[in-house]
Design a protein. Structure first.
Lengths: 470, 501
């Protein structure tokens, strides 16, 4: 029997706000001492009250718009109760009943759409590190603003699960909502997987693989779960609804806790935060701050650039922004330089933060198109545009200093060709070419290039040679 | 309010207060006496007075702080074992405002642990005794604060009122106790009981003192998102904009056929009349509503007598007394004892023994740590409310209990709006009985909850209520009544209380 997998994904996105969701403490705890970014509010002293960070609300609006979602003009907060040392208040402040972001959809590069059920604002939990006989609590991450994005069970393959997560990442980063630093847990995915016989009207029992932090692990975990569940059903066993953990090392999921003993979170309206009421004007104003998104770039460059190059570059919002700034004629050349030259560089990550100006890049493209720079010279100048010693001098100056501007002046080239043809060591080749040996033209071009110290435009040289030897 | 000056120094005032506090030590009023800190502050104020510098409106005035207000002076325990040893690094907004005007905290006062109770018998430190009869309860939960003011130890004391915790002990001790409109005074830095009901307020011996304290402590606080925009000090001017005016004025009067202009009854006898519709200006007549549902045998005869006497007094001063039917109020107690424990259970979740306060030594794992710390740290009334609260919030019960109570609450809000279209203020008893005997109800939670019958509806509706002294019973126990107004009528309400003195 053939089984159809169905996948729904919950994604937690840490918002790039300056301060926390409910206090004025620094939201960026990277590299800081444990428990150093914690205010009495985060630490849940008695009598402390949350103060909602307006920046988080603005970013939520952008995130919602990036996913083509309706923004709810009234939303509220609720308390979700559980006891664990990562939750100082004994509850998480979230939006259970009235989320700020309503239904929408995310379009994958393949054109498939994944519907968004809703997305809501909430505070993150702290971090526990477990040792043999004790555990340490770090509350730096407590109440870092998150949006939790809940998809509909619209995904039917591990590959699409991967693509959906990646597209979400792109949307959040392009919208400026999150830094999208996966290594530091800026985005975390919970993947719900079930399978059902082809044609079945009801979904199968699902399992949830929690806390995945890379697209690859989302894909592998989904693949593993589909295979595991298929095997179970084929051998006549049942699937237990449960939460499972994923190990990158073993490539397996393992059961954690079954949903039967699921906690009762005792949701309650948060009485310390009044409802968020937004005017539609405010939402519209904020939405205009949304920069060009992947879909916009696909529309803009889709006809011009190779599809796979475009998809590679879309993973680098800085490059796409730059590409959007330069003249259209240079887009193809630059996209190739970005994709195959820059990203191959060891220091590419560093370079991304400090790209050359659009003016310099436009000049580079123009010189290439005017044949002043050969493709090798173009790459060379391109890389020098990142050189701290050279950059800032302008593309043409750099090219001149490197001495690699091509000689395109036909008169001047003819003089050099004549010198080469007068040399006795080229006589045999000339004779061979005239006798029909086509490939010796390469040797002759090489001699001219040598004579010109590499500055001659090889195709122009070839043209002159052919004329002279005909 | 007796403030310090060159002759009567702050040091003198503080020393007197501390001396009296010690004299009444066996009343269990204080959980902490701030001798060193208070005298140090008094000296600073005296020095400023001596230098001829400007001092605040409460310069050198000794006050008592209910022990659920956070400040670094003394441990903030909320009279609960689980907060034992907790010294706060932050100061409550209300405390900051009082101290900025020169008020000096001489001690922290006893309460029912976490303000759960109506008698102060639920304190980890034992009950506070009634100022008029040592065999009786002080009322609660702000029992210590009420007795501190009633025994003249301090000029004023702070309190919190979630279902009557200021008004009931005030009436049990014969003083003024005010629960403002919800959101008038910042809750920041006050140990939360039930966040949507909690109000910060005061105990005083005069309405004038109450007005002064309100004008100092009220106001919007960025640290408390539920505070209202400043209104108290502009109250007279904004009377025109009061909520009560939003309801259509109804030319309807009980038992009085005198034709009335559809005038806006603004700010009582002492403010300029406000003209509406170009009709005759309102005279100084104020309409007082009497709730029929509270006038029955379940209320002590002497309290009902006191209410009648005050009505006569008002009529003799030219005010009008009207009967009100408020049938929805019968759901108030039930709704209150669902919403309040739910919020209590939630707010008390943070007391887990991990970051501050008491931690049980009898545990070897995480669940044991929670279990033992909370078992040993909470009083049985705390536990009762945590259990009730978690029950009404449980999945499967939420709709039947919490949601239903929330709907009843909306109806109660509307009931008050309707009532204030027919009258300016409501006068009613605070509690069905005068101070009861120590131990009489402490083991009967339902009897204890019934004490809150007439006080909790104000908290559900968010409206202000002022407990005013109304004489004594034959046995010499104070009787209190409460004057209730529409939201944000706080200043007018306090002003009008002078009419009842």
């Amino acid at each position: 029997m053939k089984y159809i997998p169905t996948i729904g994904i919950e994604c937690h996105v840490q918002l790039a706000t300056k301060t926390k969701l409910f206090s004025e403490v620094d939201n960026d705890a990277r590299g800081k001492e444990p428990n150093s970014c914690v205010s009495p509010v985060d630490y849940a002293l008695p009598g402390m009250l949350p103060r909602l960070n307006g920046e988080a609300v603005r970013l939520a609006i952008l995130a919602g718009r990036a996913m083509n979602c309706k923004i709810n003009l009234e939303s509220r907060f609720d308390r979700k109760h559980y006891f664990y040392p990562d939750s100082p208040k004994g509850y998480q402040i979230t939006q259970f009943y009235h989320p700020i972001i309503g239904a929408g959809y995310v379009e994958l590069p393949s054109g498939k759409r994944v519907a968004i059920e809703h997305a809501h604002l909430e505070g993150d939990a702290g971090k526990l590190t477990h040792f043999d006989t004790y555990s340490l609590v770090d509350l730096n991450r407590v109440d870092t603003p998150l949006i939790e994005i809940v998809s509909m069970p619209d995904i039917h393959s591990a590959k699409d699960a991967h693509d959906y997560c990646k597209e979400l990442w792109r949307l959040m980063v392009y919208a400026g909502v999150s830094y999208g630093d996966l290594y530091n847990g800026n985005m975390r995915f919970d993947v719900n997987v079930s399978i059902a016989p082809e044609g079945a009207t009801e979904l199968g029992t699902r399992t949830e693989v929690k806390n995945l932090n890379s697209f690859r692990s989302v894909e592998r975990a989904a693949e593993y779960e589909i295979a595991r569940q298929t095997k179970l059903l084929e051998s006549g066993e049942k699937i237990i609804q449960e939460t499972r953990g994923w190990s990158d090392a073993t490539g397996k999921t393992t059961g954690q806790r079954s949903k039967e003993e699921a906690k009762d979170y005792r949701y309650m309206p948060e009485p310390d935060i009044p409802p968020i009421r937004l005017s539609s004007e405010f939402v519209e104003d904020e939405s205009t701050k949304l920069p060009l998104m992947p879909a916009d770039y696909r529309k803009k460059f889709g006809g011009k650039l190779a599809g796979d190059t475009l998809e590679v570059l879309l993973d680098y919002p800085e490059l796409m922004r730059k590409l959007g700034e330069v003249a259209d004629e240079g887009a193809v050349l630059l996209s190739n330089l970005f994709a195959s030259v820059l990203l191959a560089e060891e220091k590419s990550a560093e370079y991304l933060n400090d790209l050359p100006s659009a003016e310099d890049l436009n000049e580079l493209c123009k010189m290439n198109l005017d044949k002043e720079l050969s493709s090798t010279a173009t790459k060379d100048v391109f890389l020098h545009l990142f050189d701290p010693q050279m950059r800032g001098r302008g593309t043409r100056t750099i090219a001149k200093e490197l001495g690699i501007i091509q000689e395109n002046d036909m008169g001047a080239l003819e003089v050099i060709v004549d010198i080469v043809l007068a040399k006795p060591e080229t006589a045999k080749a000339q004779a061979d070419f005239k006798a029909g040996e086509e490939k010796v033209i390469g040797f002759l071009v090489g001699q001219v290039m040598k004579e010109s110290h590499g500055k001659a435009n090889p195709s122009a040289v070839q043209e002159i040679l052919r004329k002279k030897l005909s | 309010m007796k403030t310090a000056n060159k002759k009567v120094t702050a040091t003198r005032l503080v020393k007197d207060a501390l001396e009296k506090a010690k004299h009444f030590e066996d009343y269990h009023i204080f959980t902490f006496l701030n001798e060193e800190g208070a005298l140090k502050k008094a000296k600073e104020i005296d020095a400023r007075i001596a230098r001829g510098e400007k001092v605040g409106r409460l310069a050198g005035v000794p006050y008592a702080l209910k022990d659920n207000f956070l400040s670094p002076e003394g441990e903030t325990t909320a009279s609960a074992h689980i907060l034992e040893g907790f010294t706060s690094p932050v100061t409550a907004t209300a405390v900051e405002k009082l101290e900025a005007e020169g008020a000096i905290m001489i001690g922290r006062t006893n309460l029912d642990a976490f303000a759960h109770g109506s008698s102060t018998e639920n304190s980890y430190y034992g009950p506070t005794l009634n100022s008029h009869d040592r065999a009786r309860v002080a009322g609660g939960s702000s029992g210590g604060s009420a007795v501190a003011v009633a025994l003249d130890i301090v000029e004023f004391a702070t309190g919190t009122d979630t279902g009557g915790s200021i008004r009931q002990p005030a009436s049990f001790n014969g003083i003024y106790g005010f629960k403002p409109t919800y959101g008038t005074i910042s809750r920041y830095g006050v140990v939360a009981m039930a966040s949507s009901l909690d109000c910060i307020g005061f105990f005083t011996r005069t309405p004038e003192d109450m007005d002064l304290l309100m004008s100092i402590a009220s106001g919007q606080d960025p640290k408390d998102m539920t505070t209202l925009p400043d209104y108290y000090n502009e109250a007279v001017a904004s009377a025109k904009l009061d909520d009560s005016r939003l309801a259509p004025a109804r030319p309807f009067a009980f038992g009085n056929s005198r034709p009335k202009g559809r005038a806006l009854r603004g700010s009582g006898a002492h403010s300029a009349p406000v003209v509406a519709d170009g009709l005759e200006p309102s005279n100084s007549c104020t309409r007082i509503g009497i709730v029929k549902e509270f006038d029955n045998d379940s209320v002590d005869t002497e309290i009902r007598e006191a209410l009648k006497e005050k009505c006569e007094l008002l009529k003799s001063k030219g005010h009008e007394v009207v009967g009100l039917e408020m049938p929805t109020l019968k759901y108030a107690l039930a709704a209150y004892y669902i919403i309040q424990p739910a919020e209590v259970a939630s707010n008390l979740s943070r007391h887990d023994g991990i970051r501050y306060g008491f931690r049980s030594e009898n545990s070897t794992d995480l669940d044991g740590l929670y279990e033992h710390t909370r078992d040993e740290g909470f009083m049985s009334e705390n536990k009762r409310r945590i259990m009730t609260g978690n029950f009404v919030l449980s999945s499967g019960f939420y709709d039947a209990y919490f949601l239903k109570a929330a709907k009843a609450r909306t109806l109660i809000v509307q009931e008050y709006e309707k009532a204030f279209s027919k009258c300016d203020f409501i006068l009613s008893p605070v509690s069905p009985n005068p101070a009861f005997k120590l131990g009489e109800k402490v083991n009967d939670p339902v009897a204890m909850y019934l004490e809150d019958l007439m006080s909790v509806s104000l908290n559900l509706a968010g409206v202000p209520g002022l407990a005013i002294p109304a004489g004594k019973t034959k046995a010499g126990l104070p009787v209190g009544l409460q004057l209730v107004g529409p939201r944000r009528s706080d200043k007018r309400l306090i002003e009008f209380a002078k009419e009842l003195a």
